[in-house]
Design a protein around this ligand. Structure first.
Ligand code: HEM
Length: 131
């Protein structure tokens, strides 16, 4: 396996883990009285998300394509920022249950959008295949 293939596997594994860890916190946060997450669920996501971002940047550097130069990577970075903001609303910043539920749904849609951008190398995401 090449270094690039290893980095890509790492990046995709981190994407899956990041989403799973987010859901493990966001679903309990929908309760009327959200529980305090266990310590592992407060620390591990930061570790995974750091490796996730660094592996994405390493992949981009390897293929000489960069955010704010190539549209699909700009879309990924802007999408990532939206996902982080929506995630933070879903986990605690939204004051009501309904607000947290809407933020969770929007965060999941944003994540799906970014995966589509990654697979098509196109800011149109899943719509790129329609032409
Ligand atoms: C929530 C955020 C992100 C998600 C869900 C995500 C997801 C993915 C996925 C699923 C792939 C594999 C696509 C394929 O099938 O070929 C991928 C590849 C890649 N990602 Fe990300 N990514 C994210 C953030 C980033 C960021 C912030 C960067 C860089 C600034 C980045 C750079 C790349 C690069 C360069 C590839 C390799 C593309 C290729 O070799 O075809 N990603 N990403």
């Amino acid at each position: 396996m090449t270094t690039y293939a290893l980095l890509k596997t790492l990046h995709m594994s981190c994407a899956a883990l990041s989403l799973a860890l987010f859901l493990l916190r966001a679903v309990p946060a929908l309760r009327t009285q959200p529980p305090t997450p266990p310590r592992v669920l407060r620390v591990l996501p930061h570790v995974i998300d750091t490796v996730f971002l660094l592996s994405g940047l390493a992949l981009a550097t390897t293929i000489h394509q960069y955010p704010f130069v190539h549209g699909w990577l700009t879309a990924k970075v802007l999408g990532l920022i939206a996902y982080i903001v929506l995630g933070s609303l879903a986990l605690k910043r939204a004051p009501t249950r309904a607000g947290r539920a809407v933020a969770l749904a929007a965060a999941l849609l944003t994540f799906a959008y970014i995966v589509g951008v990654a697979m098509h190398h196109d800011p149109r995401s899943w719509l790129a295949q329609v032409g």
